[in-house]
Every structure is written in C-alpha cells, then in structure tokens.
Design a protein around this ligand. Structure first.
Ligand code: TRP
Length: 331
C-alpha cells in the first residue's frame, strides 16, 4: 500500500477537466491506498494574497470533492492551513533549499512573468512548501500532471538532501502516480488546449454551473465555417467539441454528427444545441450533490474536523521525529 498525497489550490471551482484528469482516479485510489487529499490554501496566497472569500473558496472545493465521491472515511480529506506542522517542515526544508535552484524552477519563472508586481518569496519557495506537503506524510506516490513534475523532482531533491545532511534514511522518494491510459483529455471550449480556469472566461464547464450558464458556454464554443470536402481532417476547435461530445453524449449521437461532418452536412449550431443538452444532463447529478452537501453545514464541518485530526496526527509525528533528527531537544 502506498501513501499518496495530492493538493489542489482553492482558486476556482472544479470543472470537467479536473474530474477526468485526476479526481476520477482518486475514487479508485482511495480504496487501495493510504490517501491524503488536501486543499492548498497556503499556496493560494502566493498568487492571491488578499482573496475576497478564502473560507468560501476552500469550503466549495471541499464540498465538490465530497460530491465527486471522495470518502472522508476512506481517505484523509483536509485543509492545508489546518495542519500548521506543514509550515514547520517548510521552514526546515527552506534552510537547505538553495536560491539558485528555486529561481531556476519553471513555475517560478512563469509566475514572475505573470505577476511582476508581486514577486514574493512565497512564490520562490512554492516548491519547498509543496515538498513539505508531501514529505510531512512521508508519501511514496503523488498523482501529478506534467506541469507538476518539476516540483516533484525538487521534492525528491529536498528529501534526499535532508537524509544526506542528517545522515538518516527518513524521507522516502515520492514518485509520480501514473494513471496509465485512464486519463481522458478534456479540451476547452475556446478552440485550443485543455479545459482550465486560466484559459479565459467561458473555456471551462464547472460542475457548479447552472444549466443556463452551461448552455451559453457551449453555444459560444469556437467552430468554423465547416468542412468543404468529405472526410476532411478536423481542425483543433472542431476536434475539441467532438471530444467533449464523446465524453458526455451517447455513442449514436457522436456517430451521427461525425457522419454529418464527413459528408459536409454538419451544422455546428445543431451540434452545439445537442452538446449543451447532453452536457447539462451529464453534470446534473454532480450539481445536485454539490447543492445538497453544501446545505449540510454540520456534515461539512464534521468532515473538515475529522480530516484535520487525522492529518495532524500523522504530521505531528513527522515533526517530532524531524526535530529529533536535527537535534532539537526538550529542556
Ligand atoms: N502545486 C499543485 C498545483 O498547482 C498543488 C499542490 C500543492 C500539490 N501541494 C501539493 C499537489 C502536494 C500535490 C502534492 O496543482
């Protein structure tokens, strides 16, 4: 059995891409492994130092995780800031994280380009905080996408460096959790790339979106003037709406529009109308669960408290041991 850690920043609601990217796999992982799924609210301050509703954002992700089927009895679902032990480990790791390696990190270089007015040291040490999240549970597996691989590599570096410096074999080397070919790529609605909150307004379908909002977004999806010859390869934007249809519609529906495309009879307005109907139906159960869980204040609080307790128990043990390894002693 592996110890798995995964964090998500509370900077937006969950969308279809999150679900097919990782969340769906978490549902099976929680049955097989010792999983810690947390909401990285400390991390969100590196880019959003004064969030309008931090607590609301965190709560929303927690509710959506539960609605997606994460089971607080099977895995540990918690909020990062509920476990300040993480911050102490972050401090220890920072003592041996070198400015040069932090500055070379791709995500740091991207972020300082995106927010030149706020190049804070939290951004620089984002990878040490993430390493602390992972090492605090002495995790062996971390489900990460391509964009997080460098952070995971740095986590191994920091863990190994700690082991070497203090001459211990304490932190295991966390590896990427590979979902194999179970990942379904979910494209966005704006014609290029994958579904994501950073890809602009209207690109992502959120589970919390109301049907009318979904319909509007789908109807605005980028298309073109249609094929001019039979069996023409599909341009990316068209490929994207077909891919979305493959995920949410019945196979016959997909095949029908595919045939229409191949015979140059397609009308994208009709296709998008159908896609909107199917998208709304597909997301309906999630939307309903989000609403009912969100209304249950007592349940949400109970889940958060339970997660805090379970995560803190393990984190406190690590901190106790790390302090001892470094040489802090009680008087
Ligand atoms: N950096 C991750 C992201 O942006 C979020 C994250 C924070 C994380 N701590 C983590 C992911 C620990 C996995 C493990 O997606």
């Amino acid at each position: 059995m592996e110890t798995v850690v995964s964090g998500i920043r509370p900077t937006g609601n969950l969308h279809l891409g999150n679900y097919f990217g990782a969340l769906r796999n978490f549902l099976t992982m929680q049955n097989e492994h010792n999983c810690y799924f947390f909401i990285a609210d400390y991390h969100s301050l590196t880019t959003h130092p004064t969030p309008a509703d931090l607590h609301g954002n965190v709560r929303q992700i927690l509710v959506e995780y539960l609605a997606a089927g994460l089971d607080p009895e099977k895995s540990t679902l918690y909020i990062q800031s509920d476990v300040p032990e993480v911050v102490e480990l972050y401090l220890f790791l920072n003592m041996n994280a070198y400015i040069g390696e932090l500055e070379r990190c791709t995500s740091f270089k991207d972020k300082i380009r995106q927010q030149p007015e706020n190049v804070n040291s939290g951004l620089l040490t984002y990878p040490t905080l993430m390493a602390a999240d992972i090492l605090i549970h002495r995790a062996t597996k971390v489900p990460v996408g391509k964009d997080q691989e460098q952070h995971l590599e740095m986590t191994r570096t920091f863990g190994n460096r700690f082991n070497r410096l203090y001459n211990v074999d304490y932190f295991p080397e966390p590896q990427a959790f590979n979902f194999g070919n179970e990942l379904v790529k979910i494209p966005g609605l704006n014609g290029s790339g994958k579904m994501g909150k950073s890809e602009g307004e209207g690109n992502a379908i959120y589970f919390a979106d109301e049907p009318e909002a979904i319909r509007k977004k789908v109807m605005k999806a980028v298309t073109d003037s249609g094929p001019t010859e039979p069996h023409q390869p599909k341009p990316e934007a068209i490929q994207n709406i077909f891919q979305l249809m493959k995920v949410v519609s019945a196979p016959e529906t997909f095949n029908f529009f595919d045939e229409m495309y191949n015979t140059c009879q397609i009308r994208y307005g009709d296709m998008k109308k159908q896609l909107a109907v199917d998208m709304i139906a597909f997301t309906e159960p999630m939307r309903e669960r989000i609403k009912s869980i969100s209304a249950d204040e007592a349940y949400v609080s109970r889940v958060a408290r339970m997660g805090k307790e379970k995560a803190q128990e393990n984190a406190a043990k690590t901190i106790r041991e790390v302090r001892e390894i470094i040489g802090f002693k009680r008087f």
